[in-house]
Every structure is written in structure tokens, then in C-alpha cells.
Write a protein that binds this ligand. Structure first.
Ligand SMILES: O=P(O)(O)O[C@@H]1[C@@H](OP(=O)(O)O)[C@H](OP(=O)(O)O)[C@H](O)[C@H](OP(=O)(O)O)[C@H]1OP(=O)(O)O
Ligand SMILES: Nc1ncnc2c1ncn2[C@@H]1O[C@H](COP(=O)(O)OP(=O)(O)O)[C@@H](O)[C@H]1O
Ligand SMILES: [Mg+2]
Ligand SMILES: [Mg+2]
Length: 356
């Protein structure tokens, strides 16, 4: 078994184009107000991608290899100046963004209305859906995915909005089994929204700070899978995760324990010597179906999901987290996948325009 999972269902390769040093493009930029954009000897339309990202994201995502490959394919990344109206910039074919705040969301919503010809990746209201750990997983629960390759569920969970003193009773009433993972209800990308803890006993649950989601901890052998979605392409990687909690441990430990950002901090588990029953990637067809359905239900094209396999089973999977525009820099071959995706969007726009 190859240790790095790869599921690439549809993209046709454009290797010839990528490897050519001086591909010609038609300069259809015309009198666009592109500031620093160089004038290229062009014979094909340039795809202009405006981006509004944090400096951390720019560093991890807009790496020189991506920029170089993009340039060779006729894609140009242009930084959006947040101090100027969006409509005065570009014009863009695509807007790529991951910034928080109500004001920015409104700017993007207005821009989408006035510029329907521009693809905004992704619509702010659809992204907003992922900023709450309850609504985030709702569509996975609604999907009830059960195929001959396996089932995909979410862990049993309870939302606690306030009144920490009432949590032990609420947990009992809901029939949740310990240990529980406590996650801040809001998942807005802040450091606080990633402060998770593991609660071993009922009484200690009062120490938690609502609003939060309490989720049954599922033993999964200490390995999780990250399924990266870029449009219709998906890639799966293994990551180390929290170790199993055994019954003996559960009966002897009490308290609530904070744990660090496991999934993105953890080293890749792709090259580790792991129990094959734990390491085996989820079936490709199951993930394809899950990703396709999630794309449709969430209305998003750029996201990843954290998925675990219940230890001791072969085909019982749980989605525990969905992230908008995750760390694609950690996804193998993201440069090719992403640039192909941007081209496919531009092609779709072009076809749409020529049909009008
Ligand atoms: O920074 P990275 O590369 O670790 O990416 C983070 C993601 O890591 P991953 O790709 O899943 O390993 C990370 O995934 P997890 O929530 O840790 O599973 C988030 O997507 C994070 O964004 P935010 O803080 O929730 O807004 C992502 O952070 P941003 O880069 O979007 O700030
Ligand atoms: N229900 C669960 N059962 C077992 N492990 C979990 C569960 N929920 C979260 N984890 C572990 O905690 C990590 C962080 O949880 P996650 O929901 O992905 O939050 P974040 O958005 O901060 O990444 C996961 O990557 C996984 O290792
Ligand atoms: Mg996660
Ligand atoms: Mg997350």
C-alpha cells in the first residue's frame, strides 16, 4: 500500500503546458488597473486572481513554486488592497479569500451582487456555516452516508450555550458516554477557537466554559485522515492524532485536560510504521461520494475534513472537523491541483460568457 493516499478523479494533466518555459498568452488585460502586473507577450487570456489572505496564509499558500507554475499557466495572483474599494481593483476573474470580520463579509457580498461574472472563492455565507461547530457537522449528519464501503457519521454531541453547572445533568440526559471532547462552539480561526479539552469524568464537566460542543471521544488508534478538497479533486493524508483512551484509564483519571492543536501541529503519519488496520486509508469511493455531497450541501469548493476510523472496525468513519481554505501548502502536489482548478473555473466562466 502506498503510504500517501491520493484520489484524483477527474483533472486532465496539462504537463506540456506547465513545463513549457515561455507559453504565449493573449493579453486581454487591456486597460485593466492592475498596478504592478507585468505586460506579458500573450496569446491566451490571463486569469487574474485577486487574493485577500492573512500574511500567515500568504506565506504558506502563495509559495514561489505555486506562483511560478501559475505564471506559466497564465494565472496571475494580485493582492487585494483592503483600504480601497474592491470594484476599483482588478478587474479580477477570481477572488480568493480567507479573512474574518463582518465588514469584510459585507464587502464580498456586495461585490458578488455587483460582479456576478467574478467567481468568489467561496461565498461568505457558505463559509460562515463552518464557523459554528454545530452547523459545521450538521450536513454530514443529514447525509447519513451508508454504502457498501462503509458508513460516515458524526460523533454523538451536545451543544451547551451557557450554565456550566448544568453540564453534568445535560450530559447524563443526552446519554453521552465519557470521555468527552469539549470544543468551543465558535470556530472562527482564533487561537481560542482551537482550545480543546478532554473531560474524563462527569463532575469535572462543570469546569468547562460554554458556549461549547461536547462530543463523544471516539477511539481511532491515534491516526486521523485529512481529506483536502479543491473543487472536484480530493487528496487524503494521514496525521497523528490523540491516542485511544482505554477503560482502565477512564476509571482511574478524573478531570479536564487541555490539549494542543493536534491535527495541524502533528507530524504527517504517512511514513510511519503503523498498524495496517489503523493506517489503511478510507475507501476512495466513499471519500469521493462524501466530498461530492459535501461540496453540494455546503456550497464550498475549498475545504478539508478531519475524518477518523473507529478503532477495531474497518469501515465505520466519523467526520470530526471541517475547515474552510485549510493549509493547502501541506497537501502534496497542491500547486498543480490548485492551478488546474483555477484554470477550470476560468474556462467555465469563458464558456458561460460565450453562450450568452
Ligand atoms: O496554517 P495551517 O497550514 O496549519 O492550516 C490550518 C489548518 O490546518 P490543516 O491544513 O487542516 O492541517 C487548520 O485545520 P485544523 O482546524 O487544525 O484541523 C485550520 O483550517 C486553520 O484555519 P483556522 O485557524 O481554523 O481558520 C488553518 O490555518 P490558516 O492557515 O488558514 O490560518
Ligand atoms: N470526537 C473525537 N474523537 C476523537 N478525537 C477527536 C474528536 N474530536 C477531535 N479529536 C481530536 O482532536 C483534534 C482537534 O479537533 P478538531 O475538531 O479537529 O479541532 P480543530 O478545529 O481545532 O482542528 C482532532 O484532530 C483529533 O485529533
Ligand atoms: Mg481539525
Ligand atoms: Mg478546524
Amino acid at each position: 500500500m502506498g503510504l500517501q493516499g491520493e484520489i484524483v478523479p477527474y483533472r486532465k494533466k496539462q504537463e506540456e503546458e506547465e513545463e513549457e518555459e515561455g507559453t504565449d498568452y493573449v493579453d486581454e488585460v487591456g486597460d485593466r488597473d492592475l498596478g504592478m502586473i507585468p505586460t506579458l507577450p500573450l496569446q491566451r487570456k490571463l486569469v487574474v486572481v485577486g487574493y485577500a489572505l492573512t500574511s500567515k496564509k500568504i506565506k504558506s499558500f502563495l509559495q514561489p513554486k505555486l506562483q511560478g507554475l501559475a505564471r506559466n499557466k497564465g494565472i496571475l495572483f494580485v493582492a487585494i488592497d483592503q483600504s480601497r474599494p474592491l470594484s476599483d481593483q482588478g478587474p479580477f476573474d477570481i477572488v480568493l479569500h480567507k479573512l474574518t470580520g463582518k465588514e469584510w463579509r459585507q464587502i464580498l457580498e456586495d461585490y458578488r451582487l455587483t460582479h456576478p461574472e467574478v467567481t468568489v472563492l467561496d461565498p461568505p455565507d457558505a463559509i460562515q456555516h463552518l464557523h459554528n461547530r454545530q452547523s459545521m457537522l450538521q450536513c454530514v449528519a443529514d447525509m447519513n452516508l451508508s454504502t457498501s464501503y462503509g458508513t460516515v457519521e458524526i460523533p454523538s454531541q451536545l451543544v451547551v450555550k451557557k450554565d456550566a453547572w448544568y453540564i453534568p445533568d445535560a450530559v447524563e440526559k443526552a446519554g453521552l458516554r465519557l470521555p468527552l471532547v469539549a470544543k468551543p462552539l465558535v470556530a472562527d480561526g482564533s487561537a481560542k477557537s482551537h482550545e480543546l479539552s478532554l473531560a474524563y469524568d462527569q463532575l469535572s464537566l462543570q469546569k468547562l466554559e460554554p458556549p461549547l460542543v461536547l462530543q463523544e471521544f471516539i477511539n481511532h488508534g491515534g491516526v486521523m485522515f485529512k481529506v483536502y478538497v479543491v473543487g472536484e479533486t480530493i487528496k487524503v493524508v494521514r496525521r497523528f492524532s490523540l491516542p485511544d483512551v482505554c477503560k482502565r484509564e477512564l476509571s482511574s483519571i478524573a478531570g479536564v485536560f487541555r490539549f494542543p492543536r493536534v491535527s495541524c501541529a502533528a507530524a504527517s503519519a504517512d511514513d510511519a510504521d503503523l498498524d495496517p488496520g489503523v493506517a489503511e486509508l478510507p475507501p476512495r469511493l466513499l471519500l469521493e461520494k462524501l466530498a461530492k455531497e459535501l461540496r453540494r450541501r455546503l456550497g464550498l469548493r475549498l475545504f478539508n475534513l478531519d475524518i477518523i476510523r473507529e478503532h477495531g472496525t474497518r469501515d465505520r468513519f466519523y467526520v470530526i472537523d471541517i475547515n474552510y481554505f485549510p493549509g493547502y501548502g501541506k497537501m502534496p502536489e497542491y500547486e498543480h491541483i490548485f492551478t488546474d482548478f483555477l484554470l477550470s473555473l476560468a474556462e467555465r466562466q469563458y464558456k458561460k460568457k460565450s453562450c450568452q
